[in-house]
Design a protein around this ligand. Structure first.
Ligand code: EPU
Length: 342
């Protein structure tokens, strides 16, 4: 167990906000996490606790006056396998994209479309990360957790996680209660590419690649190229990926907007609901590439807010509020941050 006091969080949030934590505790095994929890109980320590992953979805508004927990559990083990599929248990502290790469190198397929998403494996199961027509929930069989109050181990089946778009039970009812220790993914041996996302099909056509020529490694490369083209590298320009979720609205709301903007992009959700890309609305409001102090809207993808250098959490928050107000005024829609404000 690694314990630090008055620790800088600069290396623990991709926005590059210079906040500090009273304590940072990094554990290497389930036993170490349980020892930490039992130690707190013995000392009746009820100080605030926040579990983080790669810090790619966090905005620190202030220093954190409590303990930040971070998993360094990094083992990868096959749990079940047959001719068609296999179930692999992956430590919560493994960097997500290293896991995607590892799976493809070993000939296990499914995760290609989720290549290059920042963050760690534990957060994939909390956040239900998604991109290019795939979501983590499509591959998660079970989630192994530790109860942060009692130290007890508890498994959640996929259904118990209550997954939806960028959502799970760990973000709502059970927020802050469990730490993910391992995620069990079910992957395939046979490659069945998911090419449902429009931008992906056009990228393949542009490169002159047909489905027969496609391999998991080529698909991963294509996804990486698309992302590198549109999204800023947090090592170069601080950011947390999509800052807002795409709002799911009533069909009548979509029809109202489409009367004024006939080419509004949208995705069908169900008979009554449609998803409208928040990035499109932000761009329509004229925010793309604009800055407010040291916080800005990325010039190539308006859903991403960036730290131009030295921004505080409050600078980013001010930009967020100004954008929300303009989107509300123009479209009568409230866009909600995907990023967690701490
Ligand atoms: N659009 C604009 N202007 C912009 C950005 C987007 O008009 O500045 C339009 C695009 O033209 C397109 C539509 O909005 O018609 C969708 O854009 P894009 O494909 O870039 O995806 P997105 O909806 O903006 C979502 C995810 C991304 C994920 C992509 C691809 C959310 C909150 N974001 O973004 O996830 O990579 O789809 O699947 O659902 C992340 O969560 O950090 C993230 C990057």
């Amino acid at each position: 167990m690694i314990i630090r006091e008055d620790c800088s969080l600069l290396g623990h949030n991709t926005f590059g906000i210079a906040a500090k934590a009273r304590h940072l505790v990094e554990y290497q095994s389930i036993q170490e996490l349980q020892d930490f929890i039992h130690g707190r109980a013995e000392q009746s320590d009820n100080s605030p606790l926040l579990h983080i992953g790669g810090g790619s979805n966090l905005l620190f508004l202030n220093d954190y006056e409590g303990t930040i927990l971070h998993s360094l559990i990094n083992d990868i083990n096959i749990k079940e396998e047959d001719e068609e599929t296999l179930v692999v248990s992956v430590g919560a502290g493994v960097v997500w994209d290293n896991w995607v790469d590892y799976s493809i190198v070993h000939g296990w397929t499914g995760l290609e479309n989720l290549s290059l998403i920042p963050g760690e494996v534990g957060a994939s199961a909390v956040q239900n990360i998604g991109a290019y027509g795939s979501e983590a929930k499509d591959f998660i069989k079970e989630v192994e957790t530790v109860d942060l109050q009692t130290g007890e181990l508890r498994m959640f089946t996929n259904a118990e996680c209550q997954y939806a778009y960028r959502h799970s039970i760990f973000k709502s009812e059970l927020r802050g209660r469990y730490a993910v220790t391992h995620v069990l993914y079910r992957l395939n041996r046979r490659f069945r590419p998911n090419l449902n996302y429009g931008a992906l099909r056009s990228a393949l056509a542009e490169k002159g690649i047909n489905e027969e020529q496609l391999t998991p490694a080529i698909l991963r490369r294509i996804i990486i190229d698309i992302r590198e083209n549109k999204l800023p590298d947090p090592k170069v320009l601080g950011n947390a990926g999509s800052f807002f979720t795409n709002p799911i609205v009533e069909r009548s709301t979509y029809e109202r907007i489409a009367r004024d903007y006939p080419s509004v992009p949208h995705y069908e959700v169900d008979t009554n609901h449609v998803k409208i890309p928040a990035g499109w609305m932000i761009e329509q409001c004229g925010w793309k590439g604009k800055a407010l102090g040291p916080a800005a809207v990325y010039e190539r993808q308006a859903l991403v807010l960036v730290n131009l250098g030295g921004a505080t959490g409050h600078d980013i928050e001010a930009l967020c509020k100004a954008i929300q107000a303009d989107v509300r005024k123009r479209f009568q829609i409230d866009i909600v941050p995907e990023v967690n404000f701490i």
